[in-house]
Design a protein around this ligand. Structure first.
Ligand SMILES: Cc1cc2nc3c(=O)[nH]c(=O)nc-3n(C[C@H](O)[C@H](O)[C@H](O)COP(=O)(O)OP(=O)(O)OC[C@H]3O[C@@H](n4cnc5c(N)ncnc54)[C@H](O)[C@@H]3O)c2cc1C
Length: 314
């Protein structure tokens, strides 16, 4: 960065009109409850603030990273050398038959409530997946063979040059837990979903059914973790195997390192049992990968995103 902390905070106040927080503990912003201190932290409650903040960080060569609710993230024990921007820009409105426009900081839970109230069906598979629309589109979140990308019609992004661009679904190149945002790391500001008109009571019943199914294998939300740790690998003949099955076969459920351990009811969840560090989690994940590689010759790929202290969005 071209100049000192005090000057940047003042510049931020002048341009964005809101104060920047300093030395914020990232463990408070991740469901893993792990992570050291970020140099700077800002909660953007408006999409415009998000845009101004990112532009300012870029102009001043300050490393930055956008987060939603931190349900898919592992922060570094050393925190983050730069600015963490928490996206709290929320809002949903109906813009036509079966179409809604949603700000990316809206929670999936609020989105589903809106769909239930307005009688708009399709997204019920998201029930029980914690986080924001932004995080969900980034990783093409899904369950029960469906994913969010399928319902996205168009979106507004902030591209790498700091320009707002309107894109269609095809732009995202959605795949299994995959979107172009993972490669380019552009920022999702707003999205339009195309849904079908359906009776609210039917939507509610499907949501409740999905929540019931999830209860049997997923840890409750008060367990400190970031969801499935690894993606389900696709074998050379194209068959997808549950990572949990492979992990079970290598004795994952008995493993723990420091405060991190594998969840007893599901081998693909690493949990922060007691005071785990990011290092404990990474060492445990690496041991799990080693065992699966050795026994099955399968390379597991992380679904959870680790953010090193010295990194930045490109
Ligand atoms: C108990 C539990 C169960 C889960 N079950 C599922 C499941 O069934 N299916 C599933 O897919 N996931 C699941 N997850 C993972 C998680 O809920 C999803 O990945 C969710 O979409 C994360 O949203 P978030 O707002 O918390 O994102 P964060 O964790 O805050 O961020 C995740 C990534 O998204 C990026 N990002 C966030 N917002 C934006 C934006 N506006 N623009 C660009 N990039 C952005 C961040 O930079 C980061 O790289 C589960 C997690 C938990 C803890």
């Amino acid at each position: 960065m071209a100049f000192g902390k005090r000057k940047f905070s003042q510049l931020f106040l002048d341009i964005v009109g809101k104060p920047l927080e300093q030395s914020v503990q990232l463990c408070e912003h991740s469901n893993f409850r792990i992570g050291g201190s970020a140099d700077y932290f800002f909660k953007a409650t408006l999409a415009l603030d998000l845009v101004k903040t990112i532009r300012l960080a870029r102009e001043n060569s300050l490393p930055y990273y956008i987060i939603g609710k931190g349900y898919n993230l592992l922060f570094d024990d050393m925190g983050f050398r730069g600015l963490i921007i928490k996206n709290c820009a929320i809002g949903i409105k109906r813009i036509g038959k079966g179409k809604i426009e949603v700000f990316s900081g809206t929670s999936l839970c609020d989105l589903l409530q809106f769909c239930m109230d307005k009688g708009l069906g399709g997204l019920e598979f998201l029930a029980g997946i914690p986080g924001t629309v932004g995080g969900a589109v980034f990783g093409n979140a899904g369950a029960f063979g469906k994913d969010i990308g399928k319902f996205l019609k168009e979106a507004v992004l902030l591209n790498e040059k700091g320009e707002e661009i309107k894109v269609k679904r095809e732009y995202f190149e959605f795949g299994y837990r995959q979107s172009l945002l993972k490669k380019k790391h552009e920022v999702l500001l707003k999205v339009v979903f195309g849904l079908r008109e359906e009776e609210g009571e039917r939507i509610k019943a499907k949501i409740e059914e999905n929540l019931e199914k999830r209860k049997k294998k997923h840890p409750p939300l008060d367990v400190a973790c970031a969801g499935s740790y690894f993606k389900n690998p696709v074998l050379p003949k194209g068959k997808k195997v549950p990572a949990a099955y492979l992990l079970d076969q290598v004795g994952a459920k008995n493993l723990e390192i420091g405060g991190a351990r594998v969840y007893a009811a599901h081998a693909n969840f690493i949990i922060n049992q007691e005071g785990a560090s990011a290092r404990d989690v990474l060492r445990l994940a690496s041991e799990l990968k080693r065992r699966v590689k050795e026994k099955f010759d399968v390379e597991l790929e992380e679904e959870v995103i680790f953010l090193p202290a010295e990194s930045s969005m490109p």
